[in-house]
Design a protein around this ligand. Structure first.
Ligand SMILES: Cc1cc2nc3c(=O)[nH]c(=O)nc-3n(C[C@H](O)[C@H](O)[C@H](O)COP(=O)(O)OP(=O)(O)OC[C@H]3O[C@@H](n4cnc5c(N)ncnc54)[C@H](O)[C@@H]3O)c2cc1C
Length: 294
């Protein structure tokens, strides 16, 4: 970690012939199928000029892309599995990073983080105080610091949870940067003004990332009445298709990296024929109960 934190990534090093594992960027798989004793995957090469198609073969394959992509590239999935794969609907959101001249106002007010119900932005917090190797956190209030603001972008709350995510994705394409900036200045001016914060003077830079496909959808009641007892759509969606196994956080219906790791482990074990309950399988607690009691 000490070496990595400020290092620049050399992307070309990911795909060298001498590497045992090669990662080919800008090369989405467009078709995958089982063959006699193996798997054949076709991918589009987008990197250099006009796209070209290449086909590779292997003994097995793990599809670790979002679930909704799989029916589009793998025609062999049975209809019930295709429907279950399409059940996953990623949640869209906005992440803003705001570089401020100092964190004196936060220090004066004694706050590191605040919720903002009713505002365009939902949450704001000061960057984590982490020092690793030569990277040092902003440890005195006169230091510049990054504030992190978030918003989950959802459509009409009377819609189903999946429809809210889908329509939220359309909203993401309509919100202008100017509107987001105006809302940032408004929020920070009102929340931190009593501590001496002046948006015109103290905001140095803003970046916003629009995450059209952010978190994996997590089942929640009352909308997903089958949860947690099951049977769950993910149980159907993640079944191996011949020699093709399915990973991705979607396969756990849980948004975080540990879900992706668990699902990747399961997918590889399916291909190897390892019993799911064999020791050394990294187990994590399942999704937290999100029953909101309606
Ligand atoms: C903004 C943000 C912040 C997050 N913060 C946290 C956090 O703090 N902690 C945490 O635990 N989790 C966090 N998460 C969630 C975490 O990133 C995910 O759980 C994790 O990345 C899921 O990993 P995955 O391998 O399932 O899918 P992904 O990381 O989404 O990887 C899927 C990959 O498949 C590729 N792909 C898609 N289609 C194709 C195709 N046809 N051919 C080839 N490749 C394809 C995509 O390009 C992508 O690289 C965050 C997510 C977001 C969006």
């Amino acid at each position: 970690m000490e070496d990595l934190v400020l290092a620049r990534t050399e992307y070309g090093a990911l795909d060298r012939p001498e590497n045992a594992v090669r990662l080919r960027l800008q090369s989405p798989c467009v078709k995958i199928r089982n063959t006699d004793g193996g798997v054949e995957a076709t991918y589009a090469r987008l990197a250099d000029g006009a796209p070209t198609l290449s086909t590779v073969t292997s003994d097995h394959a793990v599809l670790a892309c979002w679930h909704r992509v799989i029916p589009l590239i793998c025609a062999e999935a049975p209809a019930a599995q295709q429907e279950a794969l399409t059940d996953q609907q990623k949640i869209p959101f906005l992440y803003a990073n705001v570089l401020v001249r100092s964190w004196e106002a936060l220090s004066k007010l004694g706050v590191a983080e605040f919720e903002t119900p009713g505002h365009f932005w939902e949450h704001c917090k000061i960057d984590y105080p982490v020092s690793i190797g030569t990277y040092r956190f902003a440890d005195v209030p006169t230091d510049p610091v990054v504030l992190h603001l978030t918003k989950t972008v959802l459509g009409d709350p009377t819609l189903s949870t999946r429809e809210q995510a889908q329509t939220g994705r359309y909203l993401l394409t309509e919100i202008t940067f100017e509107e987001m900036e105006r809302q940032i200045r408004d929020l920070l001016g009102r929340a931190l003004g009593p501590g001496g914060f002046d948006p015109a003077r103290d905001i140095e830079a803003i970046t916003v990332n629009r995450w059209s496909h952010g978190y994996a959808y997590e089942y929640m009641r009352p909308w997903d009445g089958y949860w947690p007892a099951g049977p769950l759509p993910i149980e159907t969606s993640r079944r191996p298709i011949g020699r093709i196994a399915i990973a991705n956080a979607d396969a756990g219906a849980y948004a975080y990296a540990n879900s992706a790791i668990d699902q990747a482990t399961r997918a590889v074990r399916e291909l190897l024929g390892t019993p799911a309950d064999a020791p050394a399988f990294a187990t994590f607690p399942g999704p937290p109960l999100k029953d909101i009691g309606l």
